[in-house]
Design a protein around this ligand. Structure first.
Ligand code: F6R
Length: 612
């Protein structure tokens, strides 16, 4: 997500400004909407920040007088609060003795904000959760910076890579890590702290990885790590052999593979940060009463491409849990068909970028007709988010590969949460069902990791079939929606002609295409449709097609019909799309790799489609 760079050298040196901004530039590939820098000057930390690209910040700091031997810098990807100068990091406390930069989310920031305002009269300058940290360290400071930082993190709940400096102790940078990456780099007469390796690769190849709940104190001569128990830890530095390009991808060959592997974390963040201790859902403060929900006579889910496929899963979930009819439409069709929308319609837009023109135009159409607009968006402050009544953010982090992966699975989590939330408030699901689904959702990150551990089996299949000209995907129920997504992934990055169809529809025409050259990927993950899908597999086998089936662990009966089987962990039928899509993403990735395609930037495609 956001980028962090900190640098400290001897007090008789300068040049921190360029080193920090160059480090931030190395993190630009991750995406950001604003940036900022704080340098120690004349007894205090002076902060400058700006929305937009780093070139805006560079203009602001284009002043030879503004430089130092130490400082911290940040690129922000908005989560709480729109992209703006005020919300950009660094943030300071009121007397500007403490300055911080932060990646992650402070779950209890509202509570802390209230406490700071009531007890200490703090006036906040931004809408961010992060600003509370600077004020807290300030009020906790009693002559010892490290103690104040520890006292503060003990009051915080959530995920953070926190980096802070203090005007009373300007020789050091302190970092604390919990569930967000942080590293330190060993320099010559200087040391670094950063969120990611590319930020410091130009200056240091000796890197210390900071583990969860550890604190790091960085001075020009020393990097001290304290464990979760706050006692010193010794750690050998890692010697980094990657070049900058490999480092940006975290050692993966492509962003797409990196993002596929980020899914357990993305799913966990999107889910867990919305579950209160008693497992009730906090849907980002959205107010939707029983009367509101009973007042909706229809839900429209409108999106494009992968996001539309997430909508198909959302439809099944909302219809099952909230018992309201749902229509899913591609945005480019919806906007031109004079849809039945009025003030009794709930309109849900799904969009990773939040800038897709078709989705935005459909949203405006629905808004004009009086619908309540709820959006599921990844990019905070994007147009779709701004123009919606309510927003549920996917918190997938920046998605760089054109082919969407982690945005899709986190969109699914949001759709399940919306459906559960509506069902619970409306009373259309009972407590037992609610608890079972929540309990199952919590197992999903671990199960996705389990599938990622089986990557070799899927890679092997891709290496045997990458030369196919036609690949079909079939499935029933939720599997039919996931088939569409698997097929889209494959065609967009491998350029193979691929087609997905509800398995029961095959016999009405498409089965005519099956012959011994056809590869069929048959999804059979639904217990209640298992036998029916076996019949569909038999149908295509009878036309000599080769079948790779996807089934849940233990459903070995399928081996009788399919030529080979890829298994996913056991899971309730409703939630299998969160798992079954992952082998399809991996398959598409390795097929494209074997074919030598430009995986992260496929031909003819753009990450954000802002034209009609
Ligand atoms: C496919 C893909 C596209 C997008 C579509 C909508 O991998 O990425 O199909 O899903 O262009 O984009 P967003 O979600 O940004 O509205």
């Amino acid at each position: 997500m956001c980028g962090i760079v900190g640098y400290v050298a001897g007090a008789d040196t300068s040049g921190a400004k360029d080193i920090i901004i160059n480090g931030l530039r190395r993190l630009e590939y991750r995406g950001y909407d604003s940036s900022g820098i704080a340098l120690y000057k004349d007894g205090k930390f002076e902060t400058r920040k700006s929305v937009g690209g780093l070139e805006n910040l560079e203009k602001l700091v284009d002043d030879p007088e503004f430089d130092s031997y130490m400082g911290i810098g940040h690129t922000r990807w908005a989560t709480h609060g729109v992209p703006s100068n005020a919300n950009a990091h660094p943030h300071s406390n009121e007397d500007e003795t403490v300055t911080i930069i932060h990646n992650g989310i402070i779950e209890n920031y509202l509570e802390l904000r209230e406490m700071l305002a009531e007890k200490h009269g703090v006036k906040f300058k931004s809408e961010t959760d992060s600003e509370v940290i600077a004020h807290l360290i300030g009020v906790n400071y009693e002559g010892d910076f490290l103690q104040a930082v520890h006292k503060t993190v003990d009051m915080m709940r959530g995920a953070y890579a926190l980096v802070t400096v203090c005007a009373h102790e300007p020789d050091k940078i302190i970092g604390v890590r919990k569930d967000a990456p942080m590293i330190a780099g060993i320099g010559k007469g200087c040391n670094f702290i950063a969120s990611d390796i590319p930020a410091l690769l130009e200056h240091s190849k000796e890197v210390l990885i900071v583990e969860n709940n550890e604190t790091i104190i960085v001075t020009k001569d020393d990097i001290q790590i304290l464990g979760a128990d706050r006692k010193p830890v010794t750690r050998e530095p890692l010697h980094i052999t990657w070049d900058v390009d490999a480092a940006e991808k975290g050692g993966y060959d492509h962003f797409m593979l990196k993002e596929i592997h980020e899914q357990p974390e993305g799913i966990k963040d999107t889910l867990m940060k919305r579950l209160k201790d008693d497992d009730t859902i906090n849907l980002d403060g959205i107010e939707m009463t029983k009367e509101d929900i009973e007042g909706f006579n229809k839900v429209y889910i409108v999106a494009c491409g992968t996001a539309y496929h997430a909508g198909l899963v959302g439809k099944a979930a909302i219809e099952k849990m909230a018992r309201i009819p749902v229509e899913v439409d591609v945005a480019s069709e919806f906007r031109y068909r004079d849809p039945f929308v009025d003030d009794k319609t709930l309109f849900i837009a799904i969009s990773q970028s939040g800038e897709t023109l078709d989705t935005l135009a459909a949203l405006r159409e629905a808004k004009n007709k009086g619908a309540r607009i709820l959006s599921v968006v990844n990019v905070v402050g994007s147009s779709v988010a701004r123009e919606s009544d309510d927003v549920v953010y996917t918190w997938a982090g920046p998605e760089i590969a054109v082919a969407s992966t982690k945005a899709y699975t986190t969109q699914l989590v949001c759709m399940y949460l919306i459906a559960l939330f509506m069902g619970k408030v409306k009373g259309s699901i009972d407590d037992k069902y609610y608890k079972e689904i929540i309990a199952e959702l919590k197992t999903i990150p671990g199960k996705v990791s389990e599938i990622l551990n089986r990557e070799g089996i899927i890679k092997d299949a891709a290496e045997r079939f990458f030369n196919k000209n036609d690949i079909f995907f079939i499935g029933r129920g939720p599997d039919s929606g996931v088939s569409l997504e698997g097929s889209l992934k494959l065609k967009e990055i491998s350029y193979i002609n691929s087609f997905a169809i509800a398995a029961g529809e095959l016999k009405h025409g498409t089965i005519a295409l099956m012959d011994e050259k056809t590869l069929v990927i048959a999804l059979d993950t639904q217990d209640f449709l298992f036998e029916k899908m076996l019949s569909n597999i038999k149908e295509v086998k009878a036309r000599d097609a080769y079948v790779i089936a996807l089934a849940k662990d233990g459903h070995t009966d399928i081996e009788r019909e399919a030529d080979e089987v890829i298994y996913i962990p056991e899971c309730r039928d409703e939630l299998t799309p969160l798992l079954s899509v992952v082998p399809l993403q991996i398959f598409a990735y390795y097929v494209a790799k074997c074919r030598g395609c430009n995986i992260d930037k496929p031909k003819n495609l753009a990450k954000s489609v802002t034209v009609e």
